[in-house]
Design a protein around this ligand. Sequence first.
Ligand code: ZN
Length: 133
Amino acid sequence: MQLPSLRVATTARTSVHPIGRQIQAVLDGRDVRDGLLLVSVPHTTCAVTLNEPESGLLDDLARSLERLVPWNDDYAHNRGSEDNAAAHVRAALLGHQLLVPVVDGRLQVGVWQDVLLVECDGPRTRTVELRVV
Ligand code: ZN
């Protein structure tokens, strides 16, 4: 079952945004009891993951990605008109999809977990697609 998409406005070139509450709000208005929710971002420079939504950690994740995959390096992708190879690599390392269980209409994540959208080439407005399988 396809659910309405979310739109998420990101705030920096690299930033991390908790979106579990928005996803739960979409589930709340629908007859979704049990299943698996596929959360996917149809973008090549944006990712989704699960982790703790503590504000310091969100900054740590963004800064760690910047250290692991520096923006300025000798990337083949950047030899033409593009300059965002690092964003593609960062997003590819994290992945573009998550499968999250839904039980009794509630997202089943750990008490310290949230669904995080990881912007790697912002700020932009991103689409998050939701499908129950
Ligand atoms: Zn590119």
